[in-house]
Design a protein around this ligand. Structure first.
Ligand code: CA
Ligand code: CA
Ligand code: CA
Ligand code: CA
Length: 452
């Protein structure tokens, strides 16, 4: 009897082991169709709604994003941002200081469903293997299998956008925070803060815990029209904070600004949205020209514009541009190498390297924020001053230590219409010589997104 009972126990234990083995087998080797081969880790990925055919029309709150990790599909951080038919962001959060001012959360025309121009955003590092439908979450009603492809080496990876009825598993990771009342964006890589008097441009930047390295963002312009010179600088901007959206992947933050030319005359207020990821900041400036400068070129002898970041607390850092592979020494004095590079044409990006790590600022002129090509007559020259004694007001910290950025040429040849010009900041992880290429590729060789 005892023998039979223990035999039974042994057998049932053995049987359950086999069953466990089977269950495991059906959940891993058989479900994985292809291994992830993408080696990029730093890209953010944006998929337009029109690619996500199966999820179109679904309630965004009922969509979840999954990837294959450790033997099953698990929820990963993502967000879906709506865009309205005018092509503007639909922002749904009101900054606390503006509560009660009449500023209302916005709605898309379809009020919360996924449509063709809405965007799904996630990080490539969270993607995984390709799995067969048996591996999908059993409660999923529809599934878009999204494939990412690296155009440089053909590497592939997958994520799964699933629609549900009722509750479903979500990731609790959040890569970027928007903090009030400080008006600061905070990630593991940087803190960027905005001053209440001019919330359109950052007033402080801390790199991985460093002290503030920014004195002031400078936009200095001189234009002569019909014999009259108009100087313009940052303090000619009047700007106000507006709506935002803070998700796990990115913060979209809007300011509304106008340019005050004289006491009587100011431009209409226009919205600008900055986009903040864990390791990058995109500051697209959308300019709408009502008339081409080209057709009035003869009335405009010059338009001189520079946009620079006047930095501080950077003695001991070094700096490299696309114009020369050598690093410049930031020490508050201009040396020969620095003098030779200053003013050089074809400036696209610079890297700054110091104790807290490496960051890159590049200027994007040849494409729109959605990645499509833009033709522009604008060209750039390097503005570089590493000189503690050079006074360049208005500024809070006297000296340009260093002041780095762009002279913009070709502004007298612009056609009428909309064009974009945007700086982007990238925080580079574990920098080794040449690694900037990986970050330049985020825009220059973007991951291809398709779905079936
Ligand atoms: Ca939409
Ligand atoms: Ca929508
Ligand atoms: Ca120097
Ligand atoms: Ca300064």
């Amino acid at each position: 009897m005892i023998l039979r009972k223990s035999l039974f126990l042994v057998l049932s234990a053995f049987a359950s082991l086999i069953m466990m083995g089977e269950a495991k087998a059906s959940n891993s080797p058989k479900t994985v169709l292809e291994k992830k081969t993408i080696t990029r880790t730093e890209d953010f990925v944006v998929a337009p709604g029109k690619v996500l055919r199966k999820s179109l029309g679904e309630d965004i709150n009922q969509l979840g994003l999954f990837a294959f990790h450790d033997g099953s599909l698990v929820p990963i951080p993502f967000q879906i941002d709506e865009i309205n038919k005018e092509g503007e962001w639909v922002l749904t959060q009101v900054p606390p200081a503006l509560a009660g001012t009449g500023l209302k959360p916005e709605r898309d025309e379809d009020d919360g469903n996924l449509d063709e121009n809405d965007e799904l955003a996630f990080m490539v590092k969270d993607s995984g293997d390709r799995v067969s439908p048996e591996g999908y979450p059993p409660e999923a009603l529809k599934v878009d299998e999204i494939m990412l492809k690296d155009p440089l080496d053909g590497g592939k990876a997958w994520v799964y956008l699933c629609s549900f009825k009722g509750s479903f598993a979500r990731s609790h990771r959040d890569y970027v925070d928007y903090i009030f009342p400080e008006d600061q964006i905070k990630t593991g890589n940087y803190v960027m803060g905005f001053p209440p008097e001019l919330p359109i441009v950052p007033g402080m930047i801390s790199i991985r815990g460093s002290s503030n390295i920014l004195d002031r963002m400078k936009i200095r312009l001189k234009v002569k029209i019909i014999g009259i010179e108009f100087p313009l600088e940052e303090s000619n901007f009047i700007s106000k904070l507006s709506l935002y959206k803070d998700g796990p992947i990115r913060v979209i933050r809007r300011t509304r600004s106008a340019i005050k030319f004289t006491r009587m005359f100011r431009s209409p207020a226009a919205a600008v949205e900055n986009i903040f990821y864990e390791n990058a900041v995109q500051i697209p400036i959308k300019a709408r020209l009502l008339i081409s400068t080209k057709s009035f070129k003869f009335l405009i002898p010059y338009i001189i514009v520079r946009g620079t970041a006047d930095l501080k607390n950077m003695h001991g850092w070094k700096l490299k541009t696309n114009l020369d592979p050598r690093w410049l020494k930031i020490d508050g004095k201009m040396d020969e190498d620095e003098n030779i590079l200053n003013g050089k044409e074809g400036f696209n990006w610079f890297l700054a390297s110091g104790p807290p790590g490496v960051f890159m600022i590049r200027l994007v002129l040849d494409r729109k924020p959605d990645g499509t090509f833009q033709k522009t007559p604008i060209t750039t020259r390097l503005y570089y001053q590493d000189d503690d004694a050079s006074i360049d007001p208005p500024e809070a910290t006297p000296g340009e230590s260093p002041d780095v950025g762009y002279w913009l040429d070709g502004l007298r040849d612009l056609e009428k219409g909309i064009f974009y010009i945007y700086p982007a900041l990238f925080m580079i992880k574990d920098y080794t010589e040449g690694k900037e290429k990986d970050y330049l590729n985020i825009f220059d060789q973007p991951l291809e997104v398709s779905a079936n």
